[in-house]
Design a binder for this molecule. Structure first.
Ligand SMILES: NC(=O)c1ccc[n+]([C@@H]2O[C@H](COP(=O)([O-])OP(=O)(O)OC[C@H]3O[C@@H](n4cnc5c(N)ncnc54)[C@H](O)[C@@H]3O)[C@@H](O)[C@H]2O)c1
Length: 220
């Protein structure tokens, strides 16, 4: 029996999906790409989109089409907050473990996936940021919160990002929250002269999202 992990990617024509496909096709050890989904490029040869000739994977319109013709061990999802839950549920129903890179999945959706995963023998991995530096930053922030209770988060992205705050900012706030009690910061009588001036709030932690052209848009 082969030990290779069979991978399907949803959102394969997007920025992150393309990078993931390239990584798998260019020899990530133990991985084999068996399916690719993106309604934007349905029917197109994946190799044409990512510049890897001869990869023999056609882009499908729906994830269901892929599962009808092949089995997969892992689904990597880089789509959007509207599509991700359906894709992850479809994967679990087909015995495939979802690895979710997409951000913006809400708590209700996460709870739904937890329930489904508990009934199957598959795990769900939700990773709002795969960058090692970001993972370490979140862990350092969690540890620092034990000593520094007052915190505000400022995150910066390019102006084509559609969700705010970023998944990384929310995850950072959640991890800080595990370490400190929910608390109100700032002046007790503080008020906003302009709505939103103090940013969004997660359990008392203010989050500010900057969106400007040029910020962190290095991979197109
Ligand atoms: N986890 C991380 O490290 C990380 C890093 C960067 C971005 N992200 C997140 O990943 C997601 C994708 O980012 P991006 O920059 O690649 O976006 P993108 O807009 O470039 O790509 C999204 C792709 O998903 C496709 N899509 C939409 N609905 C679909 C469906 N039902 N099935 C299959 N494909 C579908 C779109 O056609 C598009 O090509 C966002 O939520 C972003 O915040 C995560």
């Amino acid at each position: 029996m082969s030990n290779e992990i069979r991978v399907v990617i949803t959102g394969v024509a997007g920025k992150m999906g393309k990078e993931t496909a390239k990584a798998v096709l260019n020899g990530a050890p133990g991985l084999r790409l068996v399916g690719a989904v993106d309604p934007r490029e349905a029917g197109v040869d994946l190799g044409e989109i990512i510049g890897v000739p001869g990869c023999e994977v056609k882009v499908s319109e729906h994830l269901g089409e892929v599962f009808a013709s092949t089995k997969a061990d892992v689904l990597v999802d880089f789509t959007n907050p509207q599509a991700v839950l359906h894709n992850a549920k479809t994967a679990l129903e087909n015995g495939t473990a979802p690895v979710i890179g997409t951000t913006g999945l809400d708590v209700v959706g996460i709870a739904e996936l937890e329930k489904l995963a508990a009934r199957s023998d598959k795990a769900v991995l939700i990773v709002p940021n795969f960058a090692l530096g970001a993972v370490l930053m979140m862990d350092f922030a969690r540890r620092a919160a034990r000593y520094f209770k007052n915190v505000e988060i400022i995150e910066m992205h390019h102006d084509q990002k559609i969700d705010a705050p970023s998944g990384t900012a929310i995850k950072t706030a959640q991890m800080i929250q595990q370490q400190r009690e929910s608390m109100r910061q700032g002046h007790p009588d503080e008020y906003e002269k302009l709505t939103g001036a103090r940013g969004g709030e997660w359990e008392g932690i203010r989050i500010h999202s900057v969106r400007l052209p040029g910020w962190l848009l290095t991979r197109r």
